[in-house]
Each structure stands twice: as structure tokens, then as C-alpha cells.
Write a new protein. Structure first.
Length: 141
């Protein structure tokens, strides 16, 4: 499934995957301030993958994904999405450090929209929503 304009942020399940409990809670609170009340949180990529695999293949997701995590890290999570051909998902990578090599690597994944520096601000969340609602497809998938 390819994302189209009918897939606004409001039609997507919002998912936070981050091993830092404080980062998860802060981001969830900021999302709630922007009107997103049903935000799912997972501690690592494996938990996120397990959840996605248990859902309808037609469900679309907006994922805020940390890179450096135990069990399955963010890169492994993105590899899995790519290998499964899951195109109904948009990912914002979140990181405490902005490493140019990581940004370059992130851009090789078609579902990655942007790389956000932690802590994520309410303004960044508003920008994410504007970008996603303006997309006709996820990076022209």
C-alpha cells in the first residue's frame, strides 16, 4: 500500500519506539498537546515489529523511531520494514546526536521523512503534521 493524500496523520496510528522512558513520555505528552490521544509506545524495535505484524496490513503508521536501542535497533527496524515492502508507514528518526553519517544512512530508507534532534518540540510535531498532510506519497513510493 502506498500512502496517498487521503492518509492524513489523523488516519495513522502514532507510534513511539524508544528505549528511553523519559523521552517516550515527553514525546507522548507533546503529541497529546497536539491532539493525538491514542499514542502507542514501545521500548525497542522488536516490540514495535511484533505490534505491526499483529495488525491489519492496511493500517498506516507514523513512527517516531530512536536509532540506538537494545534488542532490535532502529536500523534493523527500518531494514525489516524495507524488506517486507511496507510502504504505509512514515518514520521520523529521533536521536540525541545528529551524526551526518546517520542522516545519510537514514535517507536510504524510503519511509524515512526526516531526522529529528531530541528533545522533540511541539513546533517540530506541528511541522511533521504539515509535511505529512502535504505529501502525495511517502517519498514517491
Amino acid at each position: 500500500m502506498i500512502l496517498t493524500k487521503k492518509h492524513s496523520v489523523m488516519n495513522m496510528k502514532i507510534v513511539i519506539i524508544d528505549d528511553d522512558p523519559i523521552a517516550r513520555i515527553l514525546l507522548k505528552k507533546k503529541l497529546e498537546l497536539n491532539g493525538y490521544i491514542d499514542v502507542l509506545m514501545f521500548e525497542n524495535g522488536q516490540e514495535g515489529l511484533d505490534y505491526i505484524m499483529s495488525q491489519s496490513p492496511n493500517q498506516s503508521y507514523l513512527i517516531f523511531l530512536d536509532i540506538h536501542m537494545p534488542v532490535i535497533n532502529g536500523w534493523q527496524f527500518l531494514d525489516w520494514l524495507k524488506n517486507q515492502g511496507i510502504y504505509n508507514t512514515l518514520v521520523y528518526i529521533t536521536s540525541s546526536s545528529i551524526n551526518p553519517e546517520e542522516i545519510k544512512l537514514a535517507n536510504t530508507f524510503p519511509m524515512v521523512v526526516d531526522f529529528l534532534s531530541k528533545p522533540i518540540t511541539k513546533h517540530q510535531i506541528s511541522n511533521c503534521e504539515n509535511v505529512i498532510n502535504g505529501l502525495s506519497s511517502a517519498k514517491d513510493l
